[in-house]
Design a binder for this molecule. Structure first.
Ligand SMILES: O=C(O)CCC(=O)C(=O)O
Ligand SMILES: [Fe+2]
Length: 226
């Protein structure tokens, strides 16, 4: 399941993030690429220890934890601190699948990357190219959103970022370990949740709502790992 979530950030929040990020010290993205990815990655990233990155990342985590659409789609058990990248002058990231496991900095814990996300911090008309191209079960999707909008997709997907041939593409990207590991189960829960919400919006007294919502929670109880 691939979903886009619009207006995760307000234009003012986008501006604040951008201003902070453009003042930070960037480094070659190859530093955090795995053995294979090094050959296909040509971008800039904020070092994981960047004070600006950590601060903006904390802000974004707070936003994500309060975004009901993201929570319903990802069902996150834990979210890795958001990272930041910047593509310009032909910068690109060729086809790859993200590492399955990441250490959580400063702790002994690790995170399994069930759900990947990109939050765009540049508007689509600010640069040429730079589409995030994601292969999923139903074919290939090319994603280019406006600043403040986000795409959420399974961590198992092959994906790439097309070369940015003009302008600058700034984004935050991050991974969540989901309470529900399997993408097809998350999809069923998502469909059920969205249908319940649609019924509730037109008839909040519908007698079957309690049953359907009970099914949702009982499935989650069956499947959730915390
Ligand atoms: O910039 C993006 O949209 C995705 C970046 C990415 O795939 C990665 O860093 O693993
Ligand atoms: Fe990736």
């Amino acid at each position: 399941m691939l979903i886009t979530i619009k207006h995760v950030l307000t234009p003012e929040q986008v501006q604040d993030c951008r201003q902070a990020l453009f003042s930070a010290e960037w480094e070659d993205g190859k530093k955090t690429a795995g053995y294979l990815a090094q050959h296909v990655k040509a971008n800039l990233q904020l070092p994981l220890t960047s004070p600006v990155g950590l601060q903006v990342g904390q802000f974004l985590l707070h936003i994500l934890q309060n975004n009901p659409t993201y929570i319903a789609a990802a069902l996150p058990a834990k979210i890795l601190p958001p990272r930041f990248n910047c593509y310009q002058g032909g910068g690109t990231y060729g086809n790859h699948i993200d590492n399955a496991i990441f250490p959580i900095a400063g702790t002994e814990a690790r995170l399994r990357t069930d759900v990947s996300s990109t939050l765009f911090l540049s508007d689509a008309d600010e640069y040429e190219g730079g589409e995030l191209v994601i292969e999923n079960t139903y074919g290939t999707q090319s994603i280019k959103l406006n600043a403040g909008d986000m795409v959420v997709y399974p961590g198992t997907s092959l994906h790439r970022v097309n070369p940015v041939t003009a302008g600058t593409r700034l984004a935050s990207f991050f991974w969540a370990q989901s309470m529900v590991r399997q993408a097809h189960r998350r999809r069923m829960l998502w469909d059920l949740d969205q249908s319940i919400q649609a019924i509730a919006a037109t008839n909040s007294q519908h007698p079957q709502l309690a049953v359907l919502s009970g099914v949702y929670h009982n499935l989650l109880r069956e499947w959730a790992e915390l």
